[in-house]
Design a protein around this ligand. Structure first.
Ligand code: FMN
Length: 221
């Protein structure tokens, strides 16, 4: 796509799975998403959750030592991307604790790194629901932080049986996966090249402005 400024720089997309397991199904799905995105012309940064290793959030540690390197690494790689894709396991009908912890640490940077960034949520699970409930939980903090989370999500059910090599075995499912990715990438690309949409104001419910609510970015003037 050529932008209104005449540029046609490829879309840069950060992709990672929120599982530490070497044999992770979500890692396989993230790797597939990375290949599809690269095939559609995007420049892909494929990360792993180990790149973003952080201790449990502790306000005292933050005050004494600052924000840890793993969160700084996510901040840096988000800043270098136009959009991000996360493939997240579902743990007990929610997102993995380590992913929420990483989001919490990363949300402490100013400017706040998720604000205004386009995101697509994927999940893979051996269950019939494919981990989809976890994505609704994940959507909440990300949207709270101002990320533009794509309305469609893709959850791979019976994921332990769904792959044929590196690809999805079922042709209809494969087509749906690719369509979801392409729709997301088109939107992110339009936002990159045609940044004409007015920034939405994100409301942090119940928090008056002031130093006491220091996790809130000031509303741009
Ligand atoms: C603590 C824990 C809780 C889990 N809870 C769910 C769940 O609520 N729903 C689900 O579909 N799978 C659940 N699972 C199974 C995971 O979906 C499965 O282990 C999956 O393979 C994890 O993702 P990964 O392969 O990317 O590591 C749970 C697994 C663990 C370890």
């Amino acid at each position: 796509m050529t932008g209104s400024d005449g540029s046609s720089a490829p879309l840069k997309v950060l992709v990672f799975a929120a599982s530490l397991r070497a044999e992770s199904l979500n890692r396989r799905l993230a790797a597939l998403a990375a290949r599809v995105a690269a095939g559609s012309g995007a420049t892909v940064d494929l990360a792993t959750m180990r790149d973003f290793d952080v201790p449990s959030y502790d306000g005292d540690v933050e005050a004494s030592s600052g924000i840890p390197a793993g969160a700084e690494e996510l901040r840096r790689r988000l800043a270098g991307s136009d959009a991000f894709i996360v493939a997240s396991p579902e743990y007990n009908a929610s997102m993995p604790g380590q992913l929420k912890n990483l989001i919490d640490w990363t949300s402490r940077f100013r400017p706040q790194p998720f604000d205004g960034r386009h995101g697509l949520l994927l999940s893979a699970s051996p269950s019939l629901a494919g981990g989809n409930r976890g994505l609704w939980a994940l959507r909440m903090p990300l949207e709270h932080l101002g990320a533009r989370i794509f309305p469609d999500m893709f959850s791979l059910a019976m994921a332990h049986k769904a792959f044929a090599g590196d690809d999805l075995a079922d042709p209809a499912l494969k087509a749906r996966f690719e369509k979801t990715l392409e729709s997301f990438l088109s939107l992110a690309e339009a936002a990159k090249h045609y940044p004409c949409m007015k920034r939405a104001w994100v409301e942090f419910l119940g928090e008056p402005p002031g130093v006491g609510a220091d996790r809130v970015d000031p509303v741009p003037q």
